[in-house]
Design a protein around this ligand. Structure first.
Ligand SMILES: *Cc1c(COP(=O)(O)O)cnc(C)c1O
Length: 375
């Protein structure tokens, strides 16, 4: 078999055991195939000037679509498609650090994504972890205690809109009220890597009200063959310098940027049917999550989910399960993601294994290795 066929066989095998992680696999980008034989580079600010090899028109359309979802517009806000959500969050925290009048401290909860710690490290700023409630939401009392202890700094809160493990939603309005009560300089970023693609369709999230920046991954709820992370931020925090060499502003973290990613995001949003189609996909996932939760409970498997979540949290799953099935673990918890990729047949097989892990057939186990010829 060719190297590509080997890789494809690994991927198609693993899809059968891919019951967790927030990445959709129900997309088809065959109509973009010819782009693989073209060079694309979205270097610079998509809104500044046109460029010979960019897909800025796609990028701008995606940004404006999400601006509509987050009830903002180009006058007040700006955005770009970063390489992943981590980069988008890093970008927001970087701009906040530059805007702050004091030494900044980054705050995030126990259930926030692991990238917060790394971002603080890259930016050379202090990171403090705020306690979470058992369901994963940030503990507002703990936040208040922490902030009250040191009022001589500016705080960046990376609040989570759908934590990776429990899909918990941090209460940004309450967090903002805390900062205002204590009277400290503060900046609030909303990390919506997964849930941020659908929650604004069911609840009101307005950029500029309780948060001033947000990120959404292109490869999670939406689905794409390569990762990407959309960033939206209030314009007042954004700045870049004109660079003659690229005839555009250097305003993003990377120089050269993936020009295929915005086309793929545009393509997926369009194929789903924009807001109405994305809402229908979410509703179908939510129905499935509620159905699957009931089935797991009927088998006396310890599980629960947050209200709007399409992820189910399992408590204390036997370790043997993870040799075969592909889903994330954090402390004693693990997470099933009720995207279209997770079928009823997969749930039945998973339940059989959880109830009798000794009988797991390793021939079905997830496959990591495949062969390529050395170059
Ligand atoms: C996946 C995820 C991230 C990081 O996204 P990358 O695209 O992998 O960098 C950040 N926050 C949350 C809540 C996530 O689920």
């Amino acid at each position: 078999m060719s190297d590509i066929a080997n890789l494809l066989s690994k991927l198609s095998h693993n899809k059968q055991v891919y019951v967790g992680y927030p990445t959709s696999t129900d997309f088809n980008h065959t109509n973009c195939a010819e782009l693989l034989n073209q060079h694309l580079n979205n270097i610079g600010d998509p809104f500044k000037s046109v460029s010979c090899y960019s897909s800025f028109s796609h990028e701008k359309a995606v940004i404006e679509f999400f601006m509509r979802l987050y009830r903002t517009n180009l006058d007040r806000s700006w955005g770009y498609v970063a390489s992943c959500s981590t980069e988008a969050i890093l970008y927001a925290c970087w701009r906040y650090r530059e805007s702050a009048s004091k030494k900044v401290v980054l705050l995030s909860s126990e259930y926030s994504h692991y990238c917060s710690e790394k971002i603080a490290n890259v930016l050379g700023i202090h990171h403090q972890v705020v306690r979470s409630h058992l369901n994963g939401c940030i503990n507002i009392d703990a936040l208040k205690q922490m902030v009250t202890l040191d009022t001589d700094c500016a705080y960046i809160l990376v609040a989570t809109m759908g934590s990776t493990i429990t899909s918990s939603l941090d209460d940004v309005a309450a967090a903002k009220a805390v900062f205002e009560q204590v009277q400290v300089e503060h900046f609030i970023h909303l990390d919506g890597a997964f849930d941020g693609a659908f929650l604004p369709l069911v609840d009101e999230y307005q950029l500029g009200r309780n948060f001033t920046s947000v990120n959404v991954s292109g490869h999670k709820f939406l689905g794409a063959p390569v990762p990407s992370g959309l960033l939206l931020m209030e314009r007042r925090f954004v700045s870049g310098e004109y660079v003659q060499y690229i005839n555009n502003d250097d305003v993003t973290i990377g120089g050269s940027r993936n020009g295929l990613a915005p086309v793929l995001m545009y393509n997926t949003i369009k194929a789903l049917g924009a807001e109405a189609g994305m809402l229908a996909k979410y509703q179908a996932c939510l129905d499935k999550a509620e159905l699957f939760l009931g089935i797991l409970e009927q088998h006396s498997i310890k599980c629960w989910k947050n209200d709007k979540a399409i992820t189910i949290v399992l408590e204390e799953v036997p370790q043997a399960i993870f040799q075969k099935w592909h889903f994330p673990q954090y402390r004693h918890r693990s997470t099933l993601t009720c995207l279209p990729k997770f079928t009823h047949a997969m749930l039945d097989a998973l339940i059989t294994d959880i109830l009798n892990p000794a009988a797991i057939s390793m021939s079905d186990a997830k496959r990591f290795d495949y062969q390529v010829e050395p170059l």
